[in-house]
Design a protein around this ligand. Structure first.
Ligand code: SF4
Ligand code: SF4
Length: 471
């Protein structure tokens, strides 16, 4: 098997030989100060780096150069995402699963975890609870079970969710994180109006992948790895990749992740819309100490910073798996989307969470309002924006706006207007006060006089009860 980013065969576009050769090259050149500095200088143009170049940065251990990487990551983040952070919440629909993933408590052999699938009525209760918190963007999560959780159930659930309008609330973007499936099913998801299709690779190392997934449909490495190509063939423009750090050697998966992004760009003309960077957590029947590939907070921060440098246009997502302190650190280095107030069990929003049905332990257990307030304190704008997908700005259309830097003309005013909605409808008084102060300051930063005037008008209209303005 030889390396070919344009191939549709998993083992050619995620080529083991190329990854090992890349890591060898990176090891050999990690102390080449001239090379590292020249890569950092070139990456200032925000055009990204190849997997091989990024691997050299990852292996470099010079504290002075690492500081320079952090500085560059902060500048790129500032240029594309400013101080905005997009908010979302996961919604677990079902934890039935026929797979045997060794790192997940939902694996089919776990006989003592309570299995649940939300009925449509229960989904309404969950979504009302999420809307009451202020969420507008969800990521649906299910295990894989064709009998207990067929695609028809997922499609019906999406329809239910989009149809719920409770007080001033609405879920305006439903992203979907379900098992790898067929082109036909991806087409159905597209027709149901999903935002991003998210699928974590877990690990790109085939041998390790097969060990970690001994049974069930997910054990087919090629089928899983080629899922994004089928999703795009089915018409889904925006896909979200990720690996579960801790399962395999981090450097191998880091390179694999970037090769996957290069492959999507080479074949479909558009790279991943988002990349998630989860780390393995403790959960029922799972002890992360069984896995000896865990990464430190320092290394985790470096991975985030180098991803920011290597794929500037791709949103980086971090969940409540990470602690407040860790999230604080990586927010400034490149993360652009975070979850808040999350429950990782089926039915956990409407009822008190039963810990034993959670997929993993949450580190950041604060409420959404506490997270919003914390972001405001740090000078970030919590954004509940979902405009692009609703305005048809997806796939290459989105990417070209992003690459030209024009997207910021939408993101910034939309962040302010959706934050204002949140403050009007859901925030605690103290959060509201802080948020309004930030909005007042940020409006002054809008350079286009017409946009500024429209934003001021809409902000005012919201006080009169109007909602859902967007650019
Ligand atoms: S990771 Fe997903 S596929 Fe694997 S056991 Fe858990 S829910 Fe099932
Ligand atoms: S305008 Fe588009 S890219 Fe910007 S925050 Fe909103 S949905 Fe995201």
């Amino acid at each position: 098997m030889s390396y070919d980013p344009k191939s549709l065969k998993a083992e050619e576009f995620i080529n083991d030989g190329e990854i090992r050769e890349t890591l060898r090259y990176a090891e050999e050149h990690k102390n080449d100060r001239g090379l590292v500095e020249s890569l950092l200088q070139r990456a200032e143009d925000c055009k990204g780096l190849t997997h091989r170049e990024a691997a050299v940065l990852l292996k470099c251990e010079d504290p002075d150069l690492i500081e320079k990487m952090y500085g560059l990551a902060r500048r790129i983040k500032e240029r594309f995402y400013g101080n905005r952070i997009v908010m979302f919440a996961p919604l677990y629909l079902s934890n039935y699963c026929v797979n045997g993933c060794r790192y997940c408590p939902y694996h089919g052999q776990n006989k003592h975890i309570p299995r649940k699938q939300l009925s449509q009525e229960e989904i309404v209760r969950e979504v009302v609870a999420l809307q009451d918190m202020g969420h507008k963007r969800l990521a649906l999560e299910t295990g894989e079970d064709p009998k207990n959780c067929p695609i028809e159930y997922v499609l019906e659930s999406i329809k239910t969710i989009y149809g719920i309008h409770h007080k001033n609330g609405a879920i305006r973007r439903v992203n979907v994180n379900i098992a790898a499936t067929t082109v036909e099913n991806y087409r159905k998801l597209k027709e149901a109006g999903i935002g991003t299709y998210i699928l974590f690779q877990e690990t790109y190392n085939k041998e390790q992948y097969e060990y970690l997934h001994p049974t069930g449909p997910k054990s087919d490495y090629a089928y899983h790895t080629e899922a994004m190509d089928r999703a795009m063939e089915g018409g889904i423009d925006d896909v979200g990749c990720g690996v579960l750090f801790g399962l395999n050697l981090y450097d191998y998966d880091f390179v694999g992740l970037l090769m996957h992004a290069e492959h999507l760009e080479a074949v479909h003309g558009v790279g991943p819309h988002t990349i998630s960077v989860p780390r393995l957590r403790r959960a029922d029947d799972i002890d992360p100490d069984q896995f000896d590939n865990g990464i430190s907070d320092d290394l985790f921060a470096r991975i985030v910073a180098i991803l920011r440098i290597a794929v500037p246009y791709t949103g980086l997502i971090i969940s409540t798996r990470e602690s407040k302190e860790c999230r604080e650190r990586v927010l400034e280095l490149g993360v652009s989307q975070i979850s808040g107030g999350s429950r990782t069990s089926v039915g956990g929003y409407a009822e008190d969470e039963e810990e034993d049905s959670s997929q993993f332990e949450v580190s950041d257990t604060r409420s959404l309002d506490q997270v919003v307030s914390w972001l405001l304190d740090m000078g970030h704008i919590p954004s509940f924006c979902t405009a692009c997908y609703r305005e048809g700005r997806t796939g290459d259309r989105f990417m070209s706006l992003c690459k030209s830097g024009q997207i910021v003309n939408c993101c910034h005013p939309n962040a302010l207007m959706t934050l204002k909605e949140y403050l009007e409808d859901y925030a605690a008084p103290e959060t509201k006060e802080k948020g309004l102060r930030l909005i007042e300051k940020e409006v002054e930063r809008i350079t286009n006089p017409k946009v500024k005037e429209t934003v001021i008008r809409h902000l005012h209209d919201m006080e009169g009860g109007m909602r859902d303005f967007r650019f």
